[in-house]
Design a protein around this ligand. Structure first.
Ligand code: SF4
Length: 183
């Protein structure tokens, strides 16, 4: 459009959506959270070798109210499922979920009545990460993919529609799990 020639040097043009996306993706705070063996790899990712701090993510929050990323590291038992959902509900909006490892993603080798067959039965999942256990490099790859998603996230009704789609499965299964856990 020739706009660049008319602007003095030192000006940067962007949209509010892109600027907010950039700020959000560089300040994701994970909830302190680990359910099984995958959590060891999650802890290793925060160590000096892999250095989550370069993404601004070294501050793992001990309270869900100051966290906006849930990394589900490990299999989720039926008993634990309502607790995981409560933590998710208490997290600050907008919030994201990574299912870390085959157990969190699909139940993995625990194909039985005691384990939730995929954490997307109870919370909306943004990124699925395969592997048993996934190495820290794989988790970092999932985080970078989540960053892309956050950067390109639409505001308002678009995100609401996206969440509704992700939540559909969870809303169908969660009441059944809660009934079972309450027995
Ligand atoms: S995917 Fe493997 S390492 Fe992770 S919780 Fe399941 S059994 Fe453990």
């Amino acid at each position: 459009m020739g706009l660049e020639e008319k602007l003095p040097s030192g000006f940067l043009l962007t949209t509010v959506e892109k600027a907010v996306g950039w700020a959000r993706k560089n300040s994701v705070w994970p909830a302190t959270f680990g359910l099984a063996c995958c959590a060891i790899e999650l802890m290793a990712t925060g160590g000096p070798k892999h250095d989550l701090a370069r993404f601004g993510m070294e501050r793992a929050s001990a309270t869900p109210r100051q966290a906006d990323l849930m990394i589900v590291a490990g299999r989720v038992s039926q008993k634990m499922a309502p607790v995981v959902r409560r933590i998710y509900d208490q997290m600050a909006e907008p919030k994201w979920v990574i299912a870390m490892g085959v157990c969190a993603s699909s139940g993995g080798m625990f194909n039985n009545y005691a384990v939730v067959q995929g954490v997307d039965h109870i919370v909306p999942v943004d990124v699925y990460l395969p592997g048993c256990p996934p190495r820290p490099e794989m988790l970092i790859d999932a985080i970078v993919k989540l960053h892309d998603k956050i950067q390109n996230m639409k505001f308002g009704a678009h995100r609401a529609a996206q969440l509704e789609e992700l939540e559909r499965r969870a809303l169908r299964t969660l009441p059944l799990i809660e009934q079972g856990a309450g027995k």
